[in-house]
Design a binder for this molecule. Structure first.
Ligand code: ATP
Ligand code: ZN
Length: 304
């Protein structure tokens, strides 16, 4: 069966996500928070959308950009590192862009970094001239080197990049780093960041003009409603009117206070959307400044 082309009108939207790995669960959780549900199939490669005509394809993350480029899938949840690498490879082969980043998704954060042997002293990119760099991201690395006019050998490896210096196949590496523990275990130290990455929603270069356009708009609106309030907490309390200014000053990471009707005792009901979790320490400070009946509620979604 040949894959349907990007132009073929379709009634349903198809989203590719990682089958298993770092992005698999957070991607599913995000889509579920957007109101999507699926009937799981036996092979678990294709999940038929039940609540909406939006289906899932469970694949390797490396395949996601290509599936969008070929029009097999309409959207994908994939690391920016993978998306940019394959876009760079297409550009180097003279191919036009075939997808674009629609939204950063706030999970799967990592950096594509250069890492050198611990005992080296880092004096800047010029030092790379003539050296061999092992990486799974040759396109991103090559254009980074090109921009700086550095000629270095790019040794493409599909995995276990961090052991290349020890094996003598390269002098240093360019790889994804999150905690840095893997680098440290291999006696390497990170020195330059080539890319700040996170999971992103990738989609087609052009908008659809069939039923998918409306589905996509709805999904994006819902996703924005989930992402906007992700990590936010609603804080509610009461306080005497004269304490409100002092309390507002304590709430540095929150929206301006909303004042609700006055209570019988003359105190005010107040609420605010707090960016990030409300700590116990902040609650205690607010209490000392006159707040009572403090309550923290988790926020799931919002529609502006
Ligand atoms: P697949 O079987 O789907 O090909 P994989 O081994 O290529 O899986 P994972 O290791 O699950 O992929 O990583 C998926 C994505 O998670 C990466 O492309 C990257 O965007 C992100 N990520 C976050 N932190 C890290 C990290 N420390 N190392 C590697 N990837 C990370
Ligand atoms: Zn992969």
């Amino acid at each position: 069966m040949s894959p349907p082309s990007n132009n073929a009108a379709r009634e349903r939207l198809r989203i590719a996500i990682q089958k298993s790995g770092r992005l698999a669960e957070p991607a599913r959780a995000l889509l579920a928070a957007c109101g999507l549900s699926w009937r799981e199939s036996r092979d678990r490669l294709f999940c038929y959308g039940e609540s909406l005509p939006i289906d899932l394809l469970l694949v390797r993350d490396d395949d996601i950009p290509g599936l969008i480029a070929d029009g097999v899938c309409d959207l994908g949840v994939v690391g920016r590192n993978e998306l940019d690498e394959q876009a760079g490879e297409r550009a180097r082969n003279g191919l036009p862009p075939a997808y674009r980043e629609l939204r950063p998704l706030g999970f799967g954060a990592c950096r594509l970094m250069l890492a050198i042997p611990e005992e080296w002293e880092w004096r800047g990119p010029e030092q790379l001239q003539g050296l061999r760099i092992a990486t799974s991201y040759p396109a991103i690395l090559s254009s980074w080197l090109d921009v700086r006019g550095i000629e270095a050998g790019v040794v493409e490896l599909s995995g276990s990049v961090e052991i290349a210096p020890k094996l003598g196949t390269a002098d240093l590496i360019c790889d994804l780093v999150s905690s840095g523990a893997t680098l440290a275990a291999n006696h390497l130290k990170p020195v330059e960041t080539l890319l700040e990455s996170e999971a992103v929603l990738a989609g087609p270069v052009r908008d659809y003009d069939d039923a998918r356009a409306e589905l996509m708009a709805m999904l994006l609106r819902r996703m924005d409603g989930v992402l906007k309030v992700k990590d936010n907490q609603l804080l509610m309390f009461r306080a005497p009117a004269e304490s409100v200014d002092a309390l507002a000053k304590l709430l540095r990471d929150a929206e301006p206070l909303t004042r609700l009707p006055i209570n019988d005792d003359g105190s005010l009901n107040l609420q605010t959307m707090h960016h990030g979790a409300v700590s116990w320490q902040l609650l205690e400070e607010l209490e000392r400044a006159g707040a009572r009946n403090l309550m923290v509620l988790s926020v799931e979604r919002s529609l502006a």
